[in-house]
Design a protein around this ligand. Structure first.
Ligand SMILES: *[C@@H]1O[C@H](CO)[C@@H](O)[C@H](O)[C@H]1NC(C)=O
Ligand SMILES: *[C@@H]1O[C@H](CO)[C@@H](O)[C@H](O)[C@H]1NC(C)=O
Ligand SMILES: *[C@@H]1O[C@H](CO)[C@@H](O)[C@H](O)[C@H]1NC(C)=O
Ligand SMILES: *[C@@H]1O[C@H](CO)[C@@H](O)[C@H](O)[C@H]1NC(C)=O
Ligand SMILES: *[C@@H]1O[C@H](CO)[C@@H](O)[C@H](O)[C@H]1NC(C)=O
Ligand SMILES: *[C@@H]1O[C@H](CO)[C@@H](O)[C@H](O)[C@H]1NC(C)=O
Length: 684
């Protein structure tokens, strides 16, 4: 042995002796936290920078031991040993107190084993197994053996039936064994509550204090538990007599053992005191290091404290929005009935239309007609540009028939007809969805607003032929006879290529081919109404032809079918033209002056004559649309127009009077449509 080694060995021995002597001298120690304290640590045990004794760090299947380094003499010295009366006096009274905390990371009410205060013959318990043996024993072979010389107080958080554990939250006194001699569920008798028992949860993560007292004279062991800060309860949790004289050896080591099982757990000791033959000094709770932030159930409950209000708010918002949605839907009043199922594909949800038109914003308003407002929109899914017409209707009677007709009209397919895409039904409203016509209605061009371009004759002639073609399709080509009933310039729409398309089938009526036309309430627009309608009330293809005739004159002359002069007199366009016919001169000076003479004279004169023929007061003298097409195409020679102004003017006057007698109070200049007289459903 070298000198240096000898010196250090001597020093170590001296220190060790001093430590033992020190304890023997004042017989106690006190650690309010372990910062800078010299403990013998094994396994996972560490002292944290803030002074916590951390026995396990959360890794599973882990043990940690910490011992007061010098051995403690718990037996009387041979000199003081008395013979005769008994060995019970062999072990001195001692007491120890400590503050601990157990933190589990698991959501279950389970911790991985617990904390044990142990008095053992050696400090090196590193062979102790973690699982089930609390780090104290290295297998079943040694468990229960008297050779262990082990006295322990366990704070057990696992119920192991092998060792007759009462539950997973108990305190026990163990001698050489894992099966406790005495045990009870964790808790304390509260002196401030008339000694009533209060449960405690070892794995709560809260710091709690334990007092272990052994009376060498009576061999009584008391174990007391209480939350940190609670004065030591007068009544211990466990109190039993155990003669430790055969258990505790002459030199013993006192310390802690902890083990995690399969569950991640952290075991902490915050403070510790010990006394032999004297009480353990009181631990000062104020000086103890703080337990780490909980990751346990209380952590989760903290999370819940934060999360719950957020969740509640989210839930509340969700419910509120649900209510709003439901109410909106209710307020929208979108109607949907069983009979509509068959029209399903034509049914467009209101919310789509609402979105398409940006909630029917005014900036999307295309126009206001006799029936209602028309909005431009873009359907959300298809991005299709549409015109949405909102038509109010009061009664639900006949609605089914009407929708059926709408759907039928929706099946019409012609290049000169505005495609009806679908409908939507509200309580007092019907929404009709059409293809959007970017160039608007023809009347705007004819009666130009100044900034509207003037349509050339070629364009006008193309429009005329287009509408004739569309009307022919309605009257003769389609499976049913469709009487449009409201042919007029404002119902002729222009697509992106200035092709004319007949729109607004709001008044259209369907008939089976060959069947009688039904009497309906007069509908149409003043100036376009065939005179017989006012007498018979019957709309027919020939009443459409009459209106088409007026339309021809309108397009050619650029004048409205009915004009009011400065004296308030009403002048019918038909009368004006036929007056010229009377003079046997073609009224070429009636052609729209804005064309500035730029027109095909033959075509213009043909159209004017055809206009007069179509709007002949006697329906039988009007051509069919098939004939109209043939005239326009030059396939059929145009018949000689017999000047018969008498009949023309007479009947025209009759028509005017008839209309007057219908008491149309609408201003003529506003071109009011009397179609409002007709509800969609009534009279059908
Ligand atoms: C801690 O105590 C042990 C045993 O008494 C001793 O060997 C060691 O030197 C001490 N360490 C410190 C830092 O005091
Ligand atoms: C826990 O301690 C063990 C040694 O016992 C170590 O290997 C492991 O890395 C530690 N884990 C953490 C999270 O500190
Ligand atoms: C002390 O007791 C032991 C047995 O308990 C006995 O063998 C021994 O003789 C006794 N000694 C004296 C001095 O009485
Ligand atoms: C503790 O005991 C184990 C096994 O008996 C041994 O391998 C280890 O070296 C000991 N540790 C110390 C610090 O004595
Ligand atoms: C347990 O430890 C004892 C001594 O400490 C030893 O004799 C025994 O073989 C060990 N058993 C196991 C299973 O390691
Ligand atoms: C143990 O507790 C009882 C009260 O239940 C008390 O009378 C006795 O003095 C206590 N003993 C110790 C060693 O504290």
């Amino acid at each position: 042995m070298t000198g240096t080694k000898y010196v250090s060995w001597c020093l170590a021995l001296l220190l060790r002796l001093a430590a033992v002597a020190g304890l023997a001298d004042d017989g106690q120690f006190l650690y309010n936290g372990f910062a800078g304290v010299n403990l013998t640590l094994y396994g996972a045990a560490r002292i944290t920078p803030n002074g916590l004794l951390k026995l396990t760090n959360g890794t599973v299947q882990q043990t940690g031991h910490a011992f007061y380094p010098p051995p403690v003499r718990l037996r009387r010295t041979p000199s003081t040993k008395t013979n005769g009366t008994g060995n019970e006096k062999a072990v001195l009274s001692f007491s120890s107190s400590f503050v601990f905390g157990i933190v589990t990371a698991d959501t279950q009410d389970l911790g991985g084993h617990g904390v044990v205060l142990v008095v053992a013959p050696r400090a090196n318990l590193s062979t102790g197994l973690a699982n089930n043996y609390m780090g104290l024993f290295n297998g079943t072979g040694s468990v229960g053996s008297a050779s262990n010389h082990l006295f322990a107080v366990e704070l057990d958080t696992i119920q192991n039936p092998d060792f007759r554990d009462i539950n997973n939250n108990h305190v026990g006194i163990n001698i050489n064994d894992l099966a406790s001699r005495d045990n009870d569920k964790a808790g304390y008798y509260d002196d401030d509550d008339d000694g009533r028992f209060h449960d405690m949860t070892l794995i709560s993560g809260d710091a709690m204090q334990v007092w272990v007292d052994y009376d060498g004279d009576t061999t009584r062991v008391n174990v007391t538990l209480a939350p940190l800060g609670v004065r030591k309860p007068a009544r211990p949790l466990l109190s039993a007599t155990h003669d430790l004289s055969t258990v505790i050896m002459g030199e013993s080591y006192i310390g802690f053992s902890s083990a995690t099982g399969t569950l991640s757990t952290q075991h902490y000791v915050l403070g510790w005191s010990f006394g032999v033959d004297m009480p353990a000094p009181a631990i000062d709770a104020a000086k103890l290091p703080k337990m780490p932030k909980r990751r346990t159930r209380s952590d989760q409950s903290k999370t819940m404290v934060i999360a719950l209000p957020i969740l509640s708010v989210v839930l509340l918002l969700f419910m509120v929005s649900c209510v709003i949605l439901v109410r909106k839907r209710y307020n929208y009043g979108e109607l949907r009935e069983d009979w509509e199922v068959e029209f399903g594909p034509h049914r467009i949800p209101y919310k789509d239309l609402r979105r398409a038109t940006e909630r029917f914003k005014n900036k999307n308003l295309l126009g206001v007609g006799g029936f209602g407002r028309v909005y431009k929109g873009v359907l959300p899914k298809s991005r299709l540009e549409v015109a949405v017409k909102r038509v109010s209707h009061e009664s639900s009677q006949g609605m089914k028939e009407f929708v059926a007709e709408v759907v039928s009209i929706g099946r019409l397919r012609h290049r000169n007809i505005v495609q009806l895409l679908g409908y939507c039904r509200l309580k007092n409203e019907l929404l009709l969805v059409y293809d959007y016509m970017p160039n608007g209605s023809l009347d705007k061009y004819l009666y130009g607003h100044n900034n509207m371009p003037v349509l050339s004759w070629a364009q006008r002639f193309l429009i005329i032929k287009g509408i004739a073609s569309g009307l022919y399709y309605l009257h003769e080509e389609w499976e049913q006879v469709v009487v449009h009933r409201d042919i007029k310039a404002s119902n002729v729409l222009l697509d992106s290529e200035m092709n004319a398309r007949l729109g607004d089938f709001g008044l259209a009526k369907l008939y089976n081919h060959g069947s009688d036309m039904q009497t309906t309430i007069i509908a149409g627009t003043l100036g376009y109404l065939a005179p017989e309608i006012t007498r018979t009330g019957k709309a027919s293809p020939l009443t459409d032809v009459f209106a088409f005739g007026v339309f021809l004159l309108e397009v050619t002359t650029g004048r409205k079918p009915v004009e009011r002069d400065t004296e308030g007199g009403i002048h019918m366009l038909v009368d004006l033209i036929s007056a010229h016919l009377d003079r046997e001169t073609l009224p070429m000076d009636m052609v729209d002056p804005r064309l500035e003479g730029e027109y095909n004279t033959d075509e213009a004169s043909l159209v004017l004559k055809l206009g007069l023929l179509c709007s002949h007061p006697l329906p039988d003298l009007r051509p069919s649309m098939r004939q109209v097409m043939q005239y326009l195409d030059g396939q059929l020679p145009f018949p000689e127009l017999v000047p018969s102004h008498t009949s023309f003017s007479m009947l025209s006057m009759a028509q005017s009077r008839g209309l007057d007698s219908y008491a149309i109070s609408k201003s003529l200049s506003s071109m009011a449509s009397i179609s409002q007289l007709s509800s969609f459903s009534s009279g059908r």
